[in-house]
Ligand binder design. Sequence first.
Ligand code: PAF
Length: 265
Amino acid sequence: MKVVHTRDALKAGPGKVGVVMTMGALHAGHATLMREARKTCDFLIATIFVNPLQFGPNEDLAKYPRTFDADLAVCEEEGVDLVFAPSPTEMYPDQPVVTVDPGPLGTVLEGAVRPGHFAGVLTVVLKLLNMTRADVAFFGEKDYQQLTLIKQMVASFNVPVEIVGVPTVRESDGLALSSRNRYLSPEERELALALSRALRKGAAQHTADAVLATAGQELAGLDVDYLELRDPALGPAPVTGPARLLVAARLGTTRLIDNTDLELR
Ligand code: PAF
């Protein structure tokens, strides 16, 4: 496995090139993305870059976990061929003059709570797609709005890449894996189980009202940013058919998100 820090050194091998983009602090969710990528790609690139552009002024950029050596071990273990770990100045030699406008989906759900977040995400993802020239890129469904916006960006700008969504990896008790779980106290971690429980119980209902009422009951007492039912592309909720239930809540100073698919009848 090769590790490079500059664009000039970033050269993929022959065949189908896959990329898994990360901000480091790798966990079993990232390993699953790499394993999925490894199944279909000849050459696998992982990127590790804590992107300042997607953090708001009051967010956790400085305290975002940085575990580079352990991250490299995960990449090695999962058969990554090349790790691209640029510095902020390598990625943004000048402040980006042009950034990607996420459009209407960038202002709701996470975008309503984190203004500018998705402009930062889409800008770095487009840059990394262009730098790696990957044929296929893998993203977790855990960040479902991010995945949906990346698909929209690729369609809007005719980016020649396939975007693959990979199901969320969970702890055995249901908690969705996240780099931020490490900030939870034992009490907060226990309370955090309400998110996945709300989604599971909500998804077992069949009408929008019942889904939201059931999920809402499980979240009682938590500091909930949103609980929303939408269609799979995150447009308005359908009356029947496939839908997506999304939740965000704060446990102390830690903000967690989760989502599930479901079927309305
Ligand atoms: O999901 C993430 O870790 C980040 O948002 C991404 C896609 C690597 C862009 O910085």
